[in-house]
Design a protein around this ligand. Structure first.
Ligand SMILES: [Zn+2]
Length: 255
């Protein structure tokens, strides 16, 4: 079992673009384990009663799923307080894309292994999980809609999004984005759109894309788009389209 210091040391070397074989020689951690950590599959802490933040760790476990869940939370999530210091995380998932509901459920369970509930609503399913630690993990929790107040990432969140910009973008796009086909002279050109009323969240979206060198342009006050072929191809590698929506009146929007 590797300690958090060893995990941190390895991730810093990965981030500095050291080769896995070189990191193995420096740290003694196997290349298979390094590759797994680099993907975000970090070792679980033994004590799961506390969250990583309360335990004083600079790294939450399962950083890849955390980055994805952070994107979902900033897009379509909220945290509400309940009696005895308990909080409920809710993520709204559209019923048209059931595989995304499953992915959301897995991400929540990875980040905090409490029971994940599904509440059916009109056209959507609300995923929920109770814990005292959701505000520790998502300090953006606060009164009022997210677009009406400043949304800044804590330093540990910035580090995670810096290491895992792809799952973060995936979460943002799964909640507030879509992939559409733009038809020009009978040829379909795929493009991505992202829409959010919060300028801060749009800036986070743009920063993650800049980190991956994905070109984007503002469409209007609340919308950004990715239309360059190379950038769309990069997003296709980790966002979509992986499964086409099989609806009777499919309009070219994948999710
Ligand atoms: Zn906590």
């Amino acid at each position: 079992m590797y300690g958090q210091d060893r995990v941190k040391e390895v991730l810093e070397l990965v981030e500095a673009d050291h080769r896995f074989s070189e990191i193995f020689r420096k740290t003694g951690v196997s290349r298979w384990t390094i590759r797994s950590w680099a993907r975000g599959d970090l070792p679980r802490r033994r004590a799961r009663a506390q969250c990583a933040v309360c335990a004083g760790s600079p790294n939450v476990p399962s950083q890849g799923p955390y980055a994805y869940l952070l994107g979902l939370y900033l897009g379509d999530g909220c945290i509400s307080s309940h009696p005895r210091g308990v909080f409920k995380l809710q993520i709204v998932c559209c019923n048209a894309y059931p595989w995304l509901i499953g992915e959301c459920e897995l991400a929540i369970a990875e980040v905090l292994p409490n029971r994940v509930g599904r509440v059916p609503a009109t056209g959507c399913t609300v995923m929920s999980s109770y814990s005292k630690h959701w505000p520790c993990l998502f300090p953006q929790h606060g009164p009022g809609a997210k677009y009406k107040r400043p949304i800044q990432l804590a330093s540990c969140q910035q580090a995670i999004v810096g290491r895992f910009p792809a799952p973060f973008l995936r979460g943002l796009l799964h909640s507030d984005g879509c992939r559409v086909l733009n038809w020009v002279n009978s040829t379909a050109y795929p493009r991505y759109h992202f829409s959010n009323a919060s300028a801060d969240i749009r800036a986070l979206f743009g920063a993650a894309r800049d980190r991956l060198r994905i070109q984007w342009t503002p469409n209007n006050a609340h919308n950004l788009s990715v239309a360059r072929r190379a950038s769309v191809a990069m997003l296709d590698e980790f966002v979509g389209p992986k499964r086409r929506v099989d609806l009777p009146h499919f309009d070219g929007t994948y999710w």
